[in-house]
Design a protein around this ligand. Structure first.
Ligand SMILES: Nc1ncnc2c1ncn2[C@@H]1O[C@H](COP(=O)(O)OP(=O)(O)OP(=O)(O)O)[C@@H](O)[C@H]1O
Length: 273
């Protein structure tokens, strides 16, 4: 279910440009992602996906427009802070995983509780029982309740991904922003994680998937934005964007796409020679 016509878009980019080493990693990108719509941002390595996420989390900043209009708006506002974003968007990224691994001895429950303080670990030793309950519920929703007593650094990649999902869910966010959620997982672990995402979508959690793996585009994703070299190649309903022609254009090689619960994207035979 999408927001009412009057609700501001969850994320809006207006000709947003982000320079990295003097070159545009995002080049005048305009996007409007309404509330409640499951959307994927898809594209090959280097197309600007991580830059897009870092723009939202304010690790990178857009070039200013000469007329002063904001290049990025979140829920209609442009003066947002990272804490506000993190409570509205549950963010699951590999970078967060790496940061959490730098804290030896950090427990799984504390990883989830840290989200309340917008920090890696909770600030207080005494934790509010309501927060503890919320953490346990979030772990259960992410299929990670059995991991609550474990040390984060000792988890497998698949287990750690579920804990990050729980951390992202604990605030009951408006949407989950997922950066390549299946990266590093074996075929079974990835399939199970994607089914968890499908269940969350069915429960009303909006999915914003940022990925280069087409198989992560679970059927609930109805809208796709295709990027190449920091620019939007296509932005529209899934069947109009996930075509061999557009995907081949975005990835720069002849590709064949097949729909399914876990879609496939492969080099077309002509490209093997
Ligand atoms: N730290 C950096 N310094 C300079 N340029 C960078 C940096 N990180 C990325 N870039 C450049 O910005 C562009 C977009 O990179 P970005 O990491 O956003 O792409 P991506 O789609 O996330 O790629 P991948 O799928 O490989 O993670 C690329 O041309 C890349 O070379």
């Amino acid at each position: 279910m999408t927001g009412t016509p009057l609700s501001p878009p969850l994320i809006e980019l207006d000709a947003a440009t982000v320079l990295r080493d003097g070159r545009p990693a995002l080049d005048r990108v305009s996007l409007r992602l309404p509330q409640g719509r499951h959307t994927a941002i898809l594209g090959p390595n280097g197309c600007g996906k991580s830059t897009f996420i870092q723009l939202l989390t304010r690790q990178l900043y857009p070039a200013a427009h000469a007329d002063g209009r904001p290049p990025v708006r979140i829920l209609g506002g442009h003066l947002w802070d990272v804490r506000a974003i993190r409570s509205r968007l549950g963010i699951v990224t590999g970078a967060l995983h790496e940061d959490l691994l730098t804290l030896p001895g950090l427990g799984v429950r504390d990883v989830v509780l840290g989200a309340f303080d917008a920090r890696l670990a909770p600030q207080e030793d005494e934790v509010d029982p309501a927060r503890l309950d919320a953490a346990q519920v979030a772990l259960a929703r992410a299929g990670a309740a059995h991991l609550a007593g474990r040390e984060y650094a000792g988890l497998s990649t698949g287990e750690a991904r579920r804990v990050l999902l729980a951390r992202a869910l604990v605030h009951a966010p408006m949407a989950l922003l997922l950066d390549e959620p299946g990266a590093g997982l074996d075929v079974v672990a990835r399939g199970r994680l994607l089914r968890t995402l499908r269940r969350l979508a069915a429960e009303g959690v909006t999915l914003l998937l940022v990925t280069h793996h087409a198989e992560e585009l679970v059927p609930e994703i109805g809208h796709v934005v295709l990027l190449r070299d920091g620019r939007v190649v296509a932005d529209g309903p899934r069947p109009q964007v996930l075509t061999d022609a557009l995907l081949s254009q975005a990835y720069g090689a002849p590709l064949r796409y097949a729909e399914g619960e876990f879609p496939t994207l492969a080099l077309a035979e002509a490209a093997d020679a």
